[in-house]
Design a protein around this ligand. Structure first.
Ligand SMILES: [Fe+2]
Ligand SMILES: [Fe+2]
Length: 138
């Protein structure tokens, strides 16, 4: 089942939500390529597109955190770094055994994405929103 981009995954920050929508789309494209057995080069291309976009999104999010002096920056960045490592391992697995990408492995990434958006990224968005409200009424 692909990830569904709906209100439940929105964190309420336009820039971050736009990035997440694209990230979810790229994950779905990768999963679809695996499930349809589209072959090593297409699967590798989709996993690389996902990893590249994840890296640029995380960088943007980390800049937002720094700009707003987000107190949980280090913990949040560590989650991003760990995920990029997992994606890099996945890209290696695709190169070696593209037919071996299991449903469990796909689910691991799916659960990570949903969990990260709904917890760490939601906390970040709430923090920025609170600061903007405070600044507006100060
Ligand atoms: Fe994040
Ligand atoms: Fe994010």
């Amino acid at each position: 089942m692909p990830l569904v981009w709906d209100g439940s995954l929105c964190v309420g920050h336009k820039g971050i939500d736009d990035d997440h929508e694209k990230l979810v789309g790229l994950f779905n494209r990768f999963e679809d390529a695996v499930q349809r057995n589209q072959g090593r080069s297409i699967i590798a291309e989709t996993v690389c597109a996902l990893a590249d976009y994840a890296m640029s999104h995380f960088t943007r999010e980390e800049h937002v955190m720094l700009r707003h002096r987000y107190p949980a920056y280090e913990e949040h960045k560590a989650l991003h770094d760990r995920f990029l490592e997992e994606l890099s391992t996945l890209a290696g697995a695709v190169e070696e055994r593209p037919d071996d990408i299991s449903g469990e492995l796909l689910d691991f990434f799916k659960v990570w994405i949903v969990d990260h958006l709904m917890t760490a990224d939601q906390d970040l968005s709430d923090y920025i929103c609170d600061r903007q409200v405070e600044a507006a009424i100060a």
